[in-house]
Design a protein around this ligand. Structure first.
Ligand code: TYD
Length: 129
């Protein structure tokens, strides 16, 4: 699959004096969401992810803190992304290996295209390649 990860800038409504609201809806989402989950309190030394998906597409948002994501495509293309603005999202296509680290206060929201299914995971890097 030739789809590549890319950053999405969501609308940011408000002002520094008022606070902000950002919106993800049909017009600016790359897929129809089926599941939403969030991760938090990840120690800084912990690397999460370390897997790929057969069919799942995901959108990651750092609603708080800073998240560093390394991706690798099936063809071996590697990219580094940093999420540190709550109005930014990273689209992750299927068949991309990812490793993710978090700042101490980071909260990662994940919007997913499918319900949870362990059979969709590829957890061995050698199986991924
Ligand atoms: P996993 O996707 O491996 O987390 P990460 O990539 O952030 O390290 O999920 C961790 C555990 O949580 C694993 O045992 C499966 C479980 N889990 C669910 O039961 N449902 C879900 O929707 C998700 C995302 C995970």
């Amino acid at each position: 699959n030739s789809e590549k990860p890319y950053l999405i800038s969501f609308p940011k409504i408000g002002a520094a004096s008022l606070g902000f609201i950002s919106i993800a809806e049909k017009e600016n989402l790359p897929f129809v969401p089926k599941r939403i989950y969030w991760t938090y309190a990840t120690p800084q030394e912990v690397e999460r992810g370390n897997h790929s998906h057969k069919e799942l597409e995901q959108l990651l948002i750092a609603v708080a803190g800073k998240i560093s994501i390394k991706t690798e495509s099936l063809s071996g293309e590697k990219e580094d992304f940093v999420l540190d603005s709550p109005n930014m999202g990273l689209y992750l296509p299927k068949r991309h290996w990812r490793t993710i680290t978090y700042s101490e206060n980071a909260v990662q929201l994940c919007i997913a295209s499918m319900e949870y299914n362990e059979d969709d995971y590829i957890r061995e890097y050698n199986d991924f390649k």
